[in-house]
Ligand binder design. Sequence first.
Ligand code: MRU
Length: 342
Amino acid sequence: MRMIKWENGAVFTPDQTRLPLEEVTLKLTTVEQMAEAIKSLQIRGAPLLGAAAAFGLALGAYNSKAQSVSELLADLDAVGVTIKEQRPTAVNLFWATDRVLNMAHAYGGFSVDELRAAVLVEAQRIADEDAAQNYAIGKYGAEIIDDGDTILTHCNAGELATVEYGTALGVIRSAWAQGKKIKVIADETRPLLQGARLTVFELQRDGIPVTLITDNMAGYAMSKGLIDKVIVGADRIVQDAVFNKIGTYSVAILAHEHNIPFYVAAPKSTFDLTRKATDVTIEERKPDEVTHIGCQQTAPNNINVMNPAFDATPLKYVAGIITETGIYTQEHFQKFNPTFPL
Ligand code: MRU
């Protein structure tokens, strides 16, 4: 199912903060609404954030009062700044914004209406490509799944986090479609419960067997021999590490200790091989996500809180990165650098 669509000057997408209890579709008609949806995690997941950024620029172009191409380009540049300010870690937000802006600047000289249309076409292209890439990731990833495997996943790297099908959950869907009798164990993923709210919701709806655990049960499940593989998504892959939802690093260390292969599934739009882990800003979110579960306060008033949204898992813990063109393994990681042939 398409997670983001453009229709007559509006963007339609599920409000992920309301799931699984309510299925509400957002209608976004302004850049400000798109920015707020990104910031508040109504739209989330790295690949979907890329498509949302591109459609945010399309909204900017659609609503712009520019009378000339240069005025429209200036408006688009300002939209790009707004979009990029919303979340710092998932690279797809930056990648897609830059892709649309570079196209727009290279397009200079045509009419305002032609440029408006070209921005929308580029946004649609980014969305279509993401969907196709996820099916390809699923196809390659299914090769490493054995019949009878139980797979642990963390956060939500499903269709809700992408334009369609999912990355880590795309691999699981693809193996399931091949008839492999697999099971999934989903970490609930505190503080915002993307595992409990979204991953479990998606898999249950598809009839794929899934068991929900709290994050601190993963080590127990591994020590009991209940997990054969770990597959997670990624927000940014740099020369020496994979950034993903907070807690992914702990899962990778546990998997390493128990000799369980730890895989990452991500499109190449998530690669940022000009950077190292120390160059990346990790989003720090509001304390009330930690002091509260939903609306219920669970910690005393005025407590100091840390709330990093992501962590970095060094590549030495990664058995493979499943992409739309194949699986990169330890052998390739030795050569990971900006000139790595992608
Ligand atoms: O804060 P979120 O919910 O946007 O974090 C999402 C994740 O960490 C996902 O695992 C990642 O974006 C990969 S989605 C295919």
